[in-house]
Design a protein around this ligand. Structure first.
Ligand SMILES: [Zn+2]
Length: 187
């Protein structure tokens, strides 16, 4: 549905993302010549959502995008360095909240891409496999999981079994999230 456009001078349209927007994706099923421009990660995320919402209304998609914006708010301070964070990083400390907060440690790990929480390694891996944000609710992660299943499952893609290994990883990952107390239930 999209390849990189090296000539694009746009920034990624995903709120808060500052990567170049080299990948385009149609804004809605009935406006196929009107595009969003995204970085590689966000076009992938968008395309997964697109697959998930296949068959639902444009309004549902708009509602979901709005919800995603709400969910992103808590992570924004980590996305764009504040003066305070720049000051801390000059002292060699990447994340003062991990140093000074309730999970205080003298040796804070570098926050994973898109994530600012400490999670057990199995859950961190699950978040990476499902390609979700670690502050999403179980309900939101379940949607991403269902979209992946839809793409990977042989019954859903004409009997193609080439993704079975990836499919079982995805199922494993959702099992970790489902059983975890680190993710809130609702959306
Ligand atoms: Zn982006």
């Amino acid at each position: 549905m999209s390849g990189a456009f090296e000539t694009s001078q746009r920034g990624c349209d995903h709120p808060g993302c500052e990567e170049p927007g080299k990948y385009r994706a149609p804004r809605s099923p009935d406006k196929l010549d009107d595009y969003f421009w995204f970085c590689k990660d966000h076009v992938r995320e968008y395309n997964l959502k697109w697959n998930f919402f296949d068959g639902t209304t444009e309004q549902d998609l708009a509602d979901q995008v709005q919800k995603d914006r709400v969910w992103e708010r808590p992570t924004k301070p980590f996305g764009r360095p504040s003066e305070e964070q720049r000051a801390w990083s000059r002292l060699g400390i990447e994340d003062p909240h991990q140093v000074l907060g309730e999970n205080a440690t003298r040796n804070p790990g570098k926050a994973a891409k898109g994530g600012s929480r400490r999670l057990p390694p199995t859950e961190r891996r699950a978040v990476e496999i499902l390609d979700v944000q670690d502050n999403m609710s179980k309900a939101a992660i379940r949607k991403a999981y269902k979209a992946l299943i839809k793409v990977l499952h042989p019954d859903m893609n004409g009997g193609d079994r080439s993704h079975e290994e990836q499919l079982s990883e995805v199922v494993w990952a959702w099992d970790q999230i489902k059983a975890s107390r680190n993710f809130k239930d609702g959306d």
